[in-house]
Design a protein around this ligand. Structure first.
Ligand code: NAP
Ligand code: MG
Length: 398
């Protein structure tokens, strides 16, 4: 059988532990037999990040800016315990943080829905994609414990020495105080990524803040979204038959619970953190959650939302069989192949990406599953298999 051709290579970022094992199995079992795969390989596994003093992560991100599409395996973010485990020279930063900073992107997460695994919210028929603004607000705050009567002021000093000052509160006793910030540049990049992603995937975009209470801070988010929409996207949305919808965050939460799904929900940093955990657990399993980083100038990095599944890896090292779910990592590959196909005008490759996803979903729907789905799938005759047997079933469906 002749294999499907590619034109431009995908940036391939290998990773760590169990997901590194699954990475190779996915390529060997469901991609390489069918596709004449072209990638530029970067080994982001922790030993190589240590060896290259993390230069490999920066190189991979910069190459993604040039080639436009990347696929990334989960990687270890080192902590004190990993320092000894891997004998590291330094506690290297989170690769995802480094890549996000270089691409200046927004992360979009959506669940893979299959028949037989019902979301806990029964009216959700289509996936809801959450876009979280991963910059600023409470995550970069400055906090004080005020330990007695005191006056707290907010002061802004411009380069020419001009100052703006307001009293926040006059404390009669102890309390707490917090300062937060964000920037027009980051909010604009976030807005553009959201409009672009919605357009790409032909889904409505919802955005929500608390601008009735936060009349300047949250209002700024609302206004920037509105002006990016008017200036760059209103006509394109109309042509694609999709809409942009702004509402208050509490109203949005209430509407989401009554919706059929099938839209992109843009959220400020804290709201996105909280709501993405709600969405993931309402849809069943972290192993079925996909993630893509989209830069405002249209560069894409696909990955699974879960980590390196360390506990399974330690069992694997002892020679035990593991039944780790490869779905999210497989969808990262199919997402990257589809995007590459669309950019290069390769219809066969685009069809392959769709067939790969369909084969994976129908494998689960036929009752062939990994261990994590055993308690979730409603099927009269289900069978838990190991990861490579699962992938072999996907390949035979293909
Ligand atoms: P994790 O790797 O997501 O795993 C947490 C638990 O969730 C697993 O022990 C497993 O539960 C279940 N799980 C996750 N993915 C699964 C899959 N594909 N199939 C079956 N079960 C799955 O999170 P973690 O253990 O907190 O983190 C491990 C490492 O990953 C850390 O070093 C962290 O730095 C890194 N991490 C990387 C990324 C990334 O690269 N994007 C994201 C998060 C974490 P059971 O053990 O109960 O089966
Ligand atoms: Mg969270």
């Amino acid at each position: 059988m002749s294999r499907i051709e590619m034109k431009t290579p995908i940036v391939e970022m290998d990773g760590d532990e169990m997901t590194r094992i699954i990475w190779k199995e996915i390529k060997d079992i469901v991609i390489l037999p069918f596709v004449d795969l072209k990638t530029e390989y970067f080994d982001l596994g922790l030993p190589n990040r240590d060896k290259t003093e993390d230069k490999v992560t920066i190189d991979a991100a910069n190459r993604t800016k040039e080639l436009g599409v990347a696929v990334k395996c989960a990687t270890i973010t080192p902590n004190a315990q990993r320092m000894t485990e891997y004998d590291l020279h330094s506690m290297w930063k989170s690769p995802n943080g480094t890549i996000r900073a270089i691409l200046d992107g927004t992360v979009f997460r959506s669940p893979i829905l299959v028949n037989g695994i019902k979301p806990f919210v029964s009216c959700w028929e289509k996936p809801i994609t959450i876009a979280r603004h991963a910059y600023g607000d409470v995550y970069r705050n400055t906090e004080f414990l005020v330990d007695g009567p005191a006056k707290a002021d907010l002061v802004v000093t411009y380069p020419d020495g001009r100052q703006e000052k307001q009293t926040i509160f006059e404390y009669k006793g102890g309390g707490v105080l917090q300062g937060q910030y964000n920037t027009d540049a980051s909010i604009t990049a976030f807005a553009k990524s959201c409009f672009q992603y919605s357009l790409d995937t032909k889904q409505d975009l919802w955005f929500a803040t608390k601008d009735t209470i936060s009349k300047i801070y949250d209002r700024r988010f609302k206004d920037i979204f509105e002006s990016v929409y008017k200036e760059e996207y209103e006509a394109k949305f109309a042509e694609a038959g999709i809409t942009y919808f702004y509402t208050l965050i509490d109203d949005a939460v209430a509407r989401v619970m009554r919706s059929k799904g099938g839209f992109v929900w843009a959220l400020k940093n804290y709201d996105g953190d909280v709501m993405s955990d709600m969405l993931a657990s309402a849809c069943g399993s972290l192993a079925m959650m996909t993630s893509v980083l989209v830069s405002p100038d249209g560069k894409y990095e696909y990955e699974a939302a879960h980590g390196t599944v360390t506990r399974h890896y330690y069992r694997y090292l002892k020679g035990e069989q593991t039944s780790t779910n490869p779905m999210a990592t497989l969808f990262a590959w199919s997402g990257a192949l589809r995007k590459r196909a669309q950019l290069d005008g390769l219809q066969d490759l685009e069809n392959f990406a769709a067939r790969l996803e369909k084969s994976a979903v129908s494998t689960i729907e036929s009752g062939i599953i990994t261990g994590d789905l055993d308690s979730l799938l409603d099927h009269p005759d289900k069978k838990v298999v190991n990861t490579s047997d699962f992938l072999t079933h996907v390949a035979s469906n293909l």
